[in-house]
Design a protein around this ligand. Structure first.
Ligand SMILES: [Zn+2]
Length: 337
């Protein structure tokens, strides 16, 4: 049996089908450790992938236990589900305003949609521990600090089924994951249907392991190969090309600038091959891709991308950068309304 070896692929053909070509025919294919070039993975390769993941850290210790010491005058904790393969180990946790008030604007912060992106999770917890209570005077606040807890423990991008949770939040139910379905059900339980939210910040990282592991794995899943590109040094945001507010983006970037450096873009004026539309900002079709940042239909929504592998930042700074992004967004809303 022979297979057509793809002579060119898109950056993320599997995930989004729209990015510009990255691999050209003249560039040699690098084989990922699982599967064969030209053959998309079947159940056997997916099982092989799952079997070689290992647990690196405890979600209960590093996430759930930290939700036991918050300002419970203003906040409440709720379990909104559990990962079905091990419910005791992976309860799905949300924290939200104790006095949810229909007259206040509502805001959502999500972290750990990609479990390996640590500051997304720890930054959401830091926000709950520090500034969230004081913003409860003005906003209904909901925080889901770790959408994908199995990925957090394994330091993986996908869930156990080789599915990327951050492509599963669109209206196409066939692309839904256990993680996205649980989040949607929780938002529904708050009485907060799509379009009722004012703000959503989805907290992510761009890491060196994107290039060495996660993007090659994604290409291999489709039977394709991946050409490495440059990981940008610095913070940036990914906003929605259909719902892009320049003033809002600026407020987020200016706030983060006080904590860490902003990615300047490469010599072509791009970040991950997307053109910078303003300082530290690229825009993508968030709704079409089914990104988590599309789940609320909020007027203001963006995805943060902290770069934790920079020699110029500490883990603590990365967490504070996530908090600064949320604070910048909230202060923008307070000052413009
Ligand atoms: Zn991510």
């Amino acid at each position: 049996m022979s297979a057509m070896v793809p002579d060119q692929i898109r950056t993320s053909q599997a995930k989004d089908d729209w990015k510009p070509l990255r691999k050209m025919p003249s560039q040699p294919a690098e084989k990922y450790r699982i599967g064969e070039i030209g053959f998309p993975w079947g159940d056997a390769e997916k099982a092989q992938w799952l079997a070689q993941t290992t647990c690196h850290r405890s979600y209960l210790d590093e996430v759930v236990s930290k939700l036991q010491n918050l300002d419970f005058n203003n906040l409440q904790v709720q379990q909104y589900g559990a990962l079905q393969h091990d419910p005791a180990r992976f309860p799905l946790m949300a924290v939200f305003s104790k006095n949810w008030d229909a007259n206040k604007p509502s805001i959502l912060v999500t972290g750990g949609v990609h479990g390996y992106e640590t500051s997304g999770v720890q930054g959401a917890i830091l926000f709950l521990q520090t500034s969230a209570p004081k913003y409860c005077d003005y906003f209904n606040i909901a925080v889901i600090p770790c959408v994908s807890p199995w990925g957090y423990e394994r330091i993986e991008r996908w869930n156990r089924s080789c599915l990327d949770p951050n492509r599963s939040f669109g209206d196409d139910v066939s692309k839904q994951t256990e993680e996205s379905a649980a989040v949607k059900a929780f938002l529904h339980s708050l009485g907060m249907e799509k379009g009722k939210w004012l703000l959503h910040i989805d907290q992510h990282e761009t890491t060196d392991t994107d290039e060495t592991e996660f993007m090659p794995a994604r290409a291999a899943l489709q039977g394709s190969v991946y050409k490495k590109c440059e990981i940008p040094d610095g913070f940036y945001i990914v906003s929605d090309n259909e719902n892009n507010d320049i003033g809002f983006n600026t407020a987020v970037i200016e706030s983060v600038k006080k904590v860490t450096h902003i990615c300047p873009g490469d010599s072509n004026g791009t970040i991950i091959e997307e053109p910078l539309t303003q300082d530290g900002t690229i825009i993508v079709p968030v709704q079409t891709l089914g990104l988590c940042a599309s789940v609320t239909g909020a007027k203001y929504a963006t995805t943060t991308e902290v770069y934790p592998d920079s020699s110029r930042v500490t883990d603590e700074q990365c967490n504070r950068a996530q908090v600064a992004a949320v604070e910048g967004a909230l202060n923008f809303i307070l000052s413009s309304n």
